[in-house]
Design a protein around this ligand. Structure first.
Ligand SMILES: Nc1nc2c(ncn2[C@@H]2O[C@H](COP(=O)(O)OP(=O)(O)OP(=O)(O)O)[C@@H](O)[C@H]2O)c(=O)[nH]1
Ligand SMILES: [Mg+2]
Length: 444
């Protein structure tokens, strides 16, 4: 095995490893996250099958009516795809094995080539289909970009996008039977100039997938003549050779690179989905617990219970948050973390003092049942819970550590970026609504 071959084989195994470990990452997600990632898992499994079976996907891409489906028929040598003068004929992405190609990827038994037909990218009202074609092309190992004349704006921008994903592209000029040799020459030079930097010159091929019928005049022995319309045979041999050359040279490397890039993309997506869902869930827990604490403090007449139950609520918040972030803290650990955060913040900052002091005060005023005192006290306690929750969230987001900052600094930053009034107002509203007081009643 040459050095290049062994390098490629390595890349191939690394790509398989990358897909496996990406799938492994999903297994480490919560049930809710896994639910969200269902399609990604299916796609990753499909990619895994593709690479391990050595399936090379050649995607035919281009505008409507350029002859993409006809090209599949011509390459395969049988009419498997439906061809029509009507633009927008192909409406789905579909693939067919190209058995007659006679190509095998080195190192993989039973490898197969698949030709994938796509809907035209510029069909009127076919926006979804164009997107589907684009997504399919991005997954391709090799793209045949089909045009039937000089390139237009839509084609050019598609080509730019595809070239950016580093896929090998062969630019195919179809319907060459419609051009005279000099026109063809001119068109070839024009196209090569336009796509310079996007498609290398040698990756340009002119073909006739489904040439126009021509009239043949048949002379009979009796001197009479009859005319007949017949279709000349397709001319795609140069393209077939070019495709096989590319595959011969880099077949295994292509599918390996493709699978590795796919895994990396999915890995990013998993991370994003995870972060988003965790944030959303953490948000819900923090607000919910802050509101509960606000209410408990507002409603508990005995000062000591405020503090004890308050701490229990914060610890519960932390237990729940730790689960969201996959760290499963115990109640005791959570209580310690809550205390630690409160200490780092200093009682003043969090308004816990208000909580203590107000509890005594509330003992005196509870009988009056005045909303004037208990609502602000509850909200202040809820606010402290909110801040503790946010600080704990930061701690869990950093894998159960404070990261480069001190806990004091973290809490300080959280306080600086939190709109205290709006949090307090929100919590006051919560208390009022739970106590069944509307704004006006509450003011009485
Ligand atoms: N003259 C000529 N016409 C061709 C050639 N290849 C395809 N055509 C014609 O172009 C038209 C469109 O061909 P299709 O293969 O259906 O084109 P498509 O790109 O698949 O079109 P959509 O599925 O609608 O996007 C048909 O009328 C074909 O007969 C060719 O090499 N020469
Ligand atoms: Mg078609």
């Amino acid at each position: 095995m040459s050095q290049l071959e062994s390098e490629t084989t390595n890349q191939f195994h690394q790509a398989i490893g990358a897909i496996r470990s990406t799938l492994e990452r999903v297994r480490g997600c919560t049930a809710e996250e896994r639910q969200q990632l269902q399609t990604d898992v299916q796609q990753l499994n499909a990619m895994y099958d593709k690479i391990t079976q050595g399936r090379v996907e050649i995607v035919i891409f281009g505008e409507i009516s350029t002859g993409k489906s006809a090209l599949i028929n011509a390459l395969i040598g049988r009419d498997v795809a439906s061809v029509d003068v009507q633009g927008g004929w192909t409406k789905e992405v579909w693939g067919t094995t190209w058995e007659g190609a006679g190509h095998r990827i080195h190192g993989i038994e039973n490898s197969e080539l698949v030709l994938v037909d796509t809907p035209g990218i510029n069909e009127v009202g076919g926006v979804g289909r164009a997107e589907l074609a684009e997504v399919t092309a991005r997954k391709a190992d090799l793209i045949l970009f089909v045009v039937d004349s000089d390139i237009n704006e839509v084609e050019y921008s598609s080509l730019v996008q595809l070239a950016a994903v580093n896929k090998p592209i062969i630019l195919v000029l179809n319907k060459k039977d419609l051009y005279s040799p000099s026109e063809l020459d001119l068109l070839r030079r024009q196209l090569q100039e336009r796509v310079a930097g996007l498609v290398p010159t040698e990756q340009f091929v002119a073909v006739a997938a489904h040439p126009r019928q021509v009239e043949y005049v048949i002379e009979r022995p009796d001197g009479s003549s009859q005319s007949e319309w017949r279709r000349p045979p397709a001319d795609v041999i140069e393209l077939k050779t070019r495709i096989l050359e590319v595959l011969e040279r880099e077949g295994l490397g292509l599918i390996a690179l493709n699978a590795a890039m796919y895994a990396a993309d999915k890995s990013d997506r998993i991370a994003t989905v995870r972060v988003q869902m965790r944030k959303k869930n953490a948000d819900r827990v923090i607000w919910g617990m802050a509101a509960t604490k606000a209410l408990v403090v507002a409603l508990t007449p005995v000062p000591v219970i405020d503090v004890v139950s308050g701490l229990a609520i914060d610890a519960t918040t932390i237990v729940t948050l730790s689960r969201i972030y996959g760290l499963n803290f115990s109640m005791a650990q959570s209580r310690e973390l809550a205390k630690g955060i409160a200490k780092a913040a200093g009682v003043f900052a969090l308004g816990e003092l208000t909580n203590w002091g107000a509890s005594l005060f509330k003992g005196l005023t509870a009988t009056l049942g005045t909303a004037l005192t208990i609502i602000p006290q509850g909200a202040a306690a809820g606010f402290s819970s909110y801040i503790i929750g946010r600080a704990a969230q930061h701690y869990f987001e950093h894998g159960g550590s404070w990261g480069p900052q001190s806990p004091k600094q973290v809490v300080k930053d959280i306080l600086a970026t939190t709109d205290r009034d709006s949090v307090m107002n929100h919590l006051k509203d919560e208390i009022r609504s739970k106590l069944n007081w509307n704004r006006h009643a509450g003011k009485k």
